[in-house]
Design a protein around this ligand. Sequence first.
Ligand code: SAJ
Length: 428
Amino acid sequence: MKIAVIGLGYIGLPTAIMFANHGQHVIGIDLKEDAVNMLNAGKIHIEEPGLQTELTKALLSGNFKAQLNLEESDVFIVAVPTPNKADAYLSCDLTHVVDAVSKTIPYLEKGNVIILESTIAPRTTEDVVKPMLEEAGFIVGQDIFLVHCPERVLPGKIIHELVHNNRIIGGLTPACIEAGKQVYGVFVQGELIEASAGAAELSKLMENTFRDVNIALANELAKIGDTLGINALEVIEMANKHPRVNLHQPGPGVGGHCLAVDPYFIVAATPSNTPLIQQARAINNSMPDFIVEKVKNFMADIDGKKVTVFGVTYKGDVDDIRESPALEIVELLEKETAFEVSVFDPHVKASWIDPDLEKAVANSDLVCVLTDHSEFKTVTAEQFKGMKQQHIFDTKHVIPELEKVAIYNMGNLYEMQKSSKKLVPIAE
Ligand code: SAJ
């Protein structure tokens, strides 16, 4: 099979390489010349464990090549970004998807398969993409097979999950589903779940919405615990011992290109039916402000001048800062306070990030941990000796106990309120 993968990002690149390493002839298409050159020179342009080794293997086998322009193929896989539009409900911006599908049209031949992997608003496959192919003179399900197969892999574990996760094959007709199954059957060991394109689209969106709503509940619990003086993290640990309860973890907010984006695609499709989803988004979006408020009050109490942020990526052990609440917090601290702000993140290289932990915390009054990188789990008291005052606000609950360092987290937030706010017994 000859497979063209359009979009060599976090999903397209691992997918392309995976097909190549399972004996398929793959061309990877990307608009970015730098990325294409880097890949052909043997270097990955994103951070993902195991991906570099897989690329080296794919290039050595001669099965993978990156290029700027499309050419004839048997299968076209669209894995381009679908951000939010800047409209009232932040609907799904299909510009890149429509552009990618348009580019396949001159190369399409009867029998070809088009697979949409990008996350898309419900009904896009049927209402937007199918008409494009029909206009070009093809009968979908007969001449061309159109399928939506949403990716469901977790950044940081992509290589393993691509192979082992179940895969939804959402076809417009039974023949489309069959064609999709043949493609993914090449390497997927999980179940190939047959679905309509619409159900596939909505399932993908609801999976991330489920997580977003649950994280909002955990964040709400952290605020409840803060006000009532009850440790929310203890509550979560305990409640989760119930066989049917799985409370998620509170934190500085929800980031990334999935959870903070996808729920809006459902909201925009049917605003009046989605009050819960909208409220969950609002709660998660409120977290950066909430954290900054806590930091401000605490710094006022301890007469602090310098804050050091640990971790700016949207989650641990990745280099991805898209939609990162940590970034928003850094910006708020810089804009709204007079504190000196330093940033340490071992996964991100930038002029405003200090690559050295000790230097970043030197003379600091508070370290604010916003990402759960593995490196933070093994820090030692020694590394914080250069701080002016040894306080850590660990919003991700990853820092181990450290001698002489006061640690606050999303469970004991109320302990940070030394003078600014005292708990008042309910009865009063
Ligand atoms: N987070 C919390 N509390 C939690 C769990 C996560 O605050 O209990 C935060 C993280 O810190 C991060 C955000 O949520 O800011 C999202 O992280 P994540 O690890 O939950 O998800 P993503 O965005 O990396 O990947 C998700 C996955 N979806 C689900 O687990 C339902 C992945 O399987 C999808 O493929 C991916 O979205 C996607 O591309 O849609």
